[in-house]
Design a protein around this ligand. Structure first.
Ligand code: AMP
Length: 190
C-alpha cells in the first residue's frame, strides 16, 4: 500500500509522472485537475461553478475541492493506496487533508515535490496548449497560474517543510530520469 502526494508548479510533469507511478504501484491516480475538467465537460453543478476560476488560471475555492477529494477518498479503490496529483494546492487544503487522513486512520508515505525553473515551465505549458488545446495553457493564463503557484501553493511546501516524507526531485530532466528518481524516492526508507 502506497500513498503519495505530488506537488509542483503547472508544467512540472506532475500529471505524467503521477500516471506512470500509479501504474507502477497499481494504485489510483487522483488528479483534481482531471476531475474538475470532467465536471466542466459534463456541466455538473461542480463544473459550472469551477469553470470560470479554471479559465482565469485561478484556484477553485477550497470548500469545493475538499468536498470533491473527500468523496473521492471514500471510494473503495483507494483502499489499495493512492497518488494525489494537484492537491493540496493551498495551506488550508493541506491542513484539511491532515484532518481527513487522521479521521480515516491513514497517513501519506511520501510528498514528492517536483521542481522546475519558471522559464522552462512557461515554454512547456505553451507547447502543451498548442498540442492538447487546453484552454488554460494560453500565455496570459499560464503567467497567472504560475503567479498563483508562487503565492498560494509554495506555502504548502513550507507547511510540509520539516516532515521526513517530503522529497524534492529535480523535474528539469528527461521523463525517464525523473521517473527513476521518483521510484527511488518511493523505495527508500524514511
Ligand atoms: P491542473 O490540471 O492540476 O493544472 O489543474 C487545472 C486547474 O484546475 C487549476 O488551474 C485550478 O483552476 C483547478 N484546480 C486543480 N486542482 C486544484 C486544487 N487542488 N485547488 C484549487 N484549484 C484546483
Amino acid at each position: 500500500m502506497t500513498r503519495l502526494i505530488f506537488l509542483g508548479p503547472p508544467g512540472a510533469g506532475k500529471g505524467t509522472q503521477a500516471k506512470v507511478l500509479a501504474d507502477w504501484l497499481s494504485v489510483p491516480h487522483i488528479s483534481t485537475g482531471d476531475i474538475l475538467r470532467a465536471a466542466v465537460a459534463n456541466q455538473t453543478p461542480l463544473g459550472v461553478q469551477a469553470k470560470a476560476y479554471m479559465d482565469g488560471g485561478d484556484l477553485v475555492p477550497d470548500a469545493l475541492i475538499l468536498a470533491m477529494i473527500q468523496e473521492r477518498l471514500s471510494q473503495a479503490d483507494t483502499q489499495k493506496g493512492w497518488i494525489l496529483d494537484g492537491f493540496p494546492r493551498t495551506v488550508a487544503q493541506a491542513e484539511q487533508l491532515d484532518v481527513l487522513l487522521t479521521e480515516m486512520g491513514q497517513r501519506c508515505d511520501r510528498i514528492m515535490s517536483l521542481s522546475v525553473p519558471d522559464p522552462v515551465l512557461v515554454a512547456r505549458l505553451l507547447n502543451r496548449g498548442k498540442e492538447e488545446g487546453r484552454s488554460d495553457d494560453t500565455e496570459a493564463v499560464v503567467q497567472r497560474r504560475l503567479a498563483v503557484f508562487h503565492e498560494q501553493t509554495k506555502p504548502v511546501l513550507a507547511f510540509y517543510g520539516d516532515r521526513r516524507e517530503l522529497v524534492t526531485i529535480n523535474g528539469d530532466a528527461s521523463l525517464e530520469t525523473v521517473t527513476q528518481h521518483l521510484k527511488q524516492a518511493v523505495a527508500a526508507a524514511v
